[in-house]
Write a protein that binds this ligand. Structure first.
Ligand code: OSB
Ligand code: MG
Length: 368
C-alpha cells in the first residue's frame, strides 16, 4: 500500500463530567488524530496520549513531535507498506508506544478499508458484542459516588471499577459494596498510588470480594506486586506495568499479576495488544480491554479487540455518552450491558466530518 501523506489533526472535546484519578482530574480532552491517505482509501487512528505525562511518559504535544520528526519520515522512507511492518520500521525509535499505535491503527484502517475487511475479522473477533464495564472516578463525597454508580448500573453496565488513592479507598469501596450488594462485579484501580509497604492496608480490601485490584504499585515495581499478591487474596491486575507481550510474560512468570488490562496505546499497537492477549491465553491469565477515554475512533478498534476469545472479563469499553455529549463517530451505545462490535470495513464507523471540523484546533499535512 502506497501512502500519499498523513494528516495530524488536533481536536478539543469536553468530557460530560470531570474524571478524577490518583494522578489528577480531567475535564476536557486535547486529542491527536491521524488520517493516513492512500490512492484508494483513508484510515484513522487515535493517539491516546493525555495532555500531560501523568499516566505514562507520553503527552500529546510530544506524540505529535515524535511523529512529525521521526516516525512519519521513517514510514515514508520505507516505501509501500502494510500495518504488520509498521512496528518493525519504527523499532529503532525507543518508547512512544501511543504515537506508534496511532500510526499503526491508521495504516491498518486504510489497509482494511481497501480490502473490505473489518478490524474485528482481521484481529480474530469471535463475538458480535462485548460486555461493558465503567470506570468511575474519585468523587467529592461518598454520596456523590453512590449516586454516580447507581446511575451507571441503571444504564446497564455489568461491572463497576472505582478509582482509588490513599484517603479514598476502604470507605468508598465499602459503601458501594453495601449499597449495591454482593452480586455486583466490583474492582478498583489505584494508578500506581501505593507502595509495597501499604500491603497491610490494601489487604483490608479483601473483605469486599473485589474482582481485582488494578496497578496498586509503581509501574516498575514488579517484585512489589508479586509480594503484594502473596499478602492479599484480591487478584492483582497490571495496567501501567505491561508495555509489551514480553513484559506481560515476565509479570506472569514472576507472579506479579493474575489478570491483565490491555491498552493498545500502551503496548505500541493493536498487533502487539493481540500478542499480549495470546500470551495471557497461553498462561490461562484473564485479560480485558482497558480504555483511555477514547472517542469513537479509538473505541471502535478497542471494541473489536475486546471481542477476541481471551477477553473473558468486561472491559472499560463504555458507551460514547459516558464520555462525550457528541462523539466524532456514530456513537457506541449500551444495549443490555453490551456494545456492538462494528462489522463494516476497517474501523467500521462513520466519522462526523462537520463535527470534527468544528472541534478541530489544528491540522497539519505531512506529504510522503
Ligand atoms: O488507568 O485505566 C486507567 C483513563 C485514563 C487513563 C488511565 C485509565 C483510565 C480509565 C478510564 O480508567 C477507562 C475508560 O473508560 O476509557
Ligand atoms: Mg488503569
Amino acid at each position: 500500500m502506497k501512502i500519499t501523506g498523513v494528516e495530524l489533526r488536533r481536536i478539543g472535546l469536553p468530557l460530560v463530567a470531570p474524571f478524577e484519578t490518583s494522578f489528577g482530574a480531567q475535564t476536557h480532552r486535547d486529542i491527536l488524530l491521524l488520517r493516513v491517505v492512500t490512492a484508494d482509501s483513508e484510515g484513522w487512528g487515535e493517539c491516546v496520549a493525555m495532555s500531560e505525562p501523568v499516566y505514562s511518559p507520553e503527552y500529546v504535544d510530544g506524540a505529535a513531535d515524535v511523529l512529525r520528526r521521526f516516525l512519519l519520515p521513517a514510514v515514508a522512507a520505507a516505501g509501500p507498506i502494510t500495518a504488520p511492518l509498521i512496528a518493525e520500521v519504527l523499532a529503532p525509535y525507543h518508547g512512544h508506544p501511543m504515537a506508534k499505535a496511532a500510526l499503526e491503527a491508521a495504516v491498518l484502517d486504510a489497509q482494511l478499508k481497501a480490502a473490505g475487511v473489518s478490524f474485528g475479522d482481521y484481529l480474530g473477533a469471535v463475538k458480535p458484542s462485548v460486555p461493558a464495564g465503567v470506570s468511575v472516578g474519585i468523587m467529592p463525597s461518598v454520596d456523590v459516588l453512590l449516586e454516580a454508580v447507581g446511575g451507571y448500573l441503571s444504564e446497564g453496565y455489568v461491572r463497576i471499577k472505582l478509582k482509588i488513592k490513599p484517603g479514598w479507598d476502604l470507605e468508598p469501596v465499602r459503601a458501594v459494596r453495601e449499597r449495591f450488594g454482593d452480586d455486583l462485579i466490583l474492582q478498583v484501580d489505584a494508578n500506581t498510588a501505593y507502595e509495597v509497604g501499604d500491603a497491610r492496608h490494601l489487604a483490608q480490601l479483601d473483605a469486599f470480594n473485589l474482582a481485582l485490584i488494578e496497578q496498586p504499585l509503581p509501574e516498575d515495581d514488579l517484585r512489589g506486586h508479586a509480594e503484594l499478591a502473596r499478602m492479599m487474596s484480591t487478584p492483582i491486575c497490571l495496567d501501567e506495568s505491561i508495555t509489551s507481550a514480553r513484559s506481560a510474560a515476565d509479570a506472569i512468570a514472576m507472579g506479579a499479576t493474575s489478570v491483565i488490562n490491555v491498552k493498545p496505546g500502551r503496548v505500541g499497537g493493536y498487533l502487539e495488544a493481540r500478542r499480549v492477549h495470546d500470551v495471557c491465553a497461553a498462561n490461562g491469565v484473564a485479560v480485558w480491554c482497558g480504555g483511555m477515554l477514547e472517542t469513537g475512533i479509538g473505541r471502535a478498534a478497542n471494541v473489536a479487540l475486546a471481542a477476541l476469545p481471551g477477553f473473558t472479563l468486561p472491559g472499560d469499553t463504555s458507551a460514547s455518552n459516558r464520555y462525550y455529549a457528541r462523539d466524532v463517530t456514530t456513537p457506541f451505545v449500551l444495549e443490555r450491558g453490551h456494545v456492538t462490535v462494528p462489522t463494516g470495513p476497517g474501523l467500521g464507523v462513520d466519522i462526523d466530518r462537520d463535527w470534527l471540523d468544528e472541534i478541530t484546533t489544528g491540522v497539519e499535512w505531512v506529504a510522503f
